[in-house]
Design a protein around this ligand. Structure first.
Ligand code: EPZ
Length: 433
C-alpha cells in the first residue's frame, strides 16, 4: 500500500488489486475538477499579479502543468489544496515539446500567452490513444482575432500585428463546440481591442469556471455556459485570491457509478447537480433512486436495467463517463447500446471488459452490451484515464481479484482514488513490482 506520497511520486510500475464482491457504504468525497484546474492555471499568464486557486486536486496532470508554466517563468506555489501562480516575470514564450506532448491542456496556454505578450510559440500537442485531437479550431480562432499563425516543424507560432501586437476582437463561429478551442479563444480575446463573439461555443462547466475566474480578474465576459459568448476586451487583468475550483463532475459521475455497479447505497459530495444532469438521468433510467439535497447526492441502486447512451457535447452525456458507464451496463439486465460520438477511438476498454467476461460487440463507434450476471476477475490494462476508472468499477463488481495496470493514466485524473474507495469499504490495494 502506498502511503504519504503525492500522485507524481507514485512510480509507473504499479498496479491496483481490486477484489470484488464488497458492497460500499458511506460518503465518497469529490475533489476539485482536473479539467477546470488545468485551464485556470493557464489563465495566470494573463496578469503580472498573483492568482490563487483553492480546492485544487492532487493529480499528476496538475503537477505537469505546474512544470510547464514554470518553464515560462511562472512562479507556482502549492500547499495542500491551494495553489498560487505569479506570472510577473515571463522569461520564455515557448514551453519544451516533451512537456507539452504529455499534457494536451497546456496547448490552451497559447491563447493566454498571445493575449499577454502579443506572441507565443507552442508545440503541437500529440494526438492520443482516443483520437487525433486536432487544434484547427484553436488556430482558426486566433487568426480571426488578427494573429498571424504558422505551423512549422511541429510548432505553432502566433503573433499579433502592429506595433504593440495587440489582438483585435472579432466574430468567430466554431465548426464544432470544442472545449479547448473555446477556452483558448476566451483567453486570447480578454485583452484584445474591441468585442469578440464566439458562436457554437462549448458550454461545459469548465468553460464557465474559466470565464468566472477571468471576470473576477477584471475581464468582461458574458454568455459563458451558453452557445454564444461575448467578450469586451480590456486593457489589463489583475490577480485574485481564494478562487475555488468547481467540483470534478467526471469524478462525481464515476463515484455514483461505483455505487451503481456494486449495488451500494451511498452519498457522493460535493456535486453541482446541473453539471451532470444527463448522467443523473441515465442513472435513474437504469434503475437507481437518487435523492439530491444541495450538493449531496444519495444513490440507492435497484436491479440495474440496460440503458442506451450517446456521448455529446455538454449538456449531453459526457464522453469522459462513457467507459465507466459501460462497466456498469456490463452486468445490467438486457442490452444497452453505447455510442461514442466525440472521439474516433474511445472504445479500447471493450477488449479489457471482454477479458472479464463482459458480452460486448462493437460496430463502428457503437458498443452493444449484453448484460451478464457477474464479471470474473482478470489482469487488465487501462488504455486511457477514463478506461482506467472503468476497469476499477468492473473490478469492484467482479468475482475475484482484478489487477489493473496502466496507473499512470489513472493518477492523471483521479485524486487518490484507492484511498477514497477503501474509505467506503472497497478492497483496493496499490502494489508495485
Ligand atoms: C476536453 O478536451 C477535455 N480535456 C477532455 O477530457 C474531454 O473529453 C473533452 O474536452 C470533451 O469534453 C480538458 O479539458 C483538458 P474538444 P478537448 O476540443 O478540449 C474535436 C479527460 O479524460 N476537435 O472539445 O481537447 C476533437 O477531435 C479528457 O479528462 C476538432 O475537431 O476536447 C474531438 O473529437 C479526455 N477540432 C472533439 O472535438 C479542434 O480544433 C472534442 O474535442 C478541436 C477539437
Amino acid at each position: 500500500m502506498v502511503v504519504g506520497v503525492t500522485a507524481s511520486q507514485k512510480n509507473l510500475t504499479q498496479y491496483l488489486s481490486v477484489t470484488g464482491g464488497h458492497s460500499l457504504h458511506g460518503t465518497l468525497k469529490v475533489s476539485g475538477a482536473k479539467n477546470s484546474t488545468l485551464v485556470l492555471m493557464t489563465a495566470s499568464l494573463l496578469t503580472n499579479e498573483t492568482i490563487e486557486l483553492t480546492n485544487v486536486p492532487d493529480l499528476t496532470d496538475i503537477h505537469s502543468m505546474g512544470k510547464i508554466l514554470g518553464s515560462l517563468g511562472v512562479v507556482v506555489e502549492r500547499s495542500m489544496n491551494r495553489m498560487r501562480l505569479t506570472a510577473s516575470d515571463l522569461t520564455n514564450a515557448e514551453p519544451p515539446y516533451e512537456l507539452v506532448n504529455s499534457l494536451r491542456a497546456s496547448f490552451f496556454s497559447i491563447g493566454s500567452l498571445l493575449g499577454r505578450l502579443g506572441h507565443a510559440r507552442m508545440p503541437l500537442p500529440g494526438g492520443c490513444r482516443i483520437g487525433a485531437r486536432p487544434v484547427a479550431e484553436h488556430i482558426r480562432g486566433l487568426k480571426a482575432l488578427g494573429a498571424v499563425v504558422t505551423v512549422q516543424h511541429g510548432v505553432v507560432a502566433a503573433s499579433g500585428t502592429g506595433s504593440n501586437q495587440r489582438l483585435k476582437g472579432a466574430p468567430i463561429i466554431l465548426d464544432c463546440p470544442s472545449v479547448g478551442a473555446t477556452e483558448t479563444i476566451l483567453m486570447a480575446a480578454v485583452l484584445a481591442k474591441g468585442t469578440t463573439t464566439i458562436e457554437n461555443a462549448a458550454q461545459e462547466p469548465e468553460v464557465q469556471d474559466l470565464a468566472n475566474l477571468l471576470n473576477v480578474m477584471g475581464a468582461r465576459i458574458s454568455g459563458a455556459g451558453r452557445s454564444v459568448i461575448s467578450i469586451e476586451g480590456v486593457e489589463s487583468l489583475h490577480g485574485c485570491l481564494d478562487y475555488p475550483v468547481i467540483p470534478d463532475r467526471i469524478e462525481a459521475g464515476t463515484f455514483l457509478m461505483a455505487a451503481a455497479v456494486t449495488r451500494s447505497s451511498m452519498r457522493v459530495e460535493p456535486v453541482i447537480p446541473e453539471h451532470i444532469n444527463a448522467v443523473l438521468q441515465k442513472l435513474r433510467d437504469c434503475g437507481c433512486l437518487l435523492k439530491i439535497s444541495g450538493t449531496s447526492v444519495d444513490i440507492t441502486p435497484g436491479d440495474l436495467i440496460a440503458t442506451d447512451i450517446t456521448t455529446q457535447p455538454f449538456p449531453g452525456f459526457p464522453t469522459d463517463l462513457q467507459a465507466p458507464f459501460m462497466a456498469v451496463m456490463s452486468t445490467a439486465k438486457g442490452t444497452s447500446v453505447i455510442s461514442e460520438r466525440i472521439y474516433e477511438n474511445r472504445l479500447q476498454h471493450v477488449a479489457e471488459l471482454q477479458r472479464m467476461g463482459a458480452n460486448i460487440r462493437v460496430e463502428g463507434g457503437t458498443a452493444i452490451v449484453e448484460g451478464v450476471p457477474i464479471l470474473s476477475a482478470a489482469p487488465v490494462v487501462s488504455s486511457d484515464l477514463r478506461a482506467a476508472a472503468a476497469m476499477i468499477l468492473a473490478g469492484l463488481s467482479a468475482r475475484g481479484t482484478t489487477q489493473i495496470s496502466g496507473l499512470s493514466h489513472l493518477d492523471r485524473g483521479y485524486d487518490n482514488i484507492e484511498s477514497k474507495l477503501r474509505g467506503v469499504g472497497a478492497d483496493v490495494e496499490r502494489d508495485g513490482f
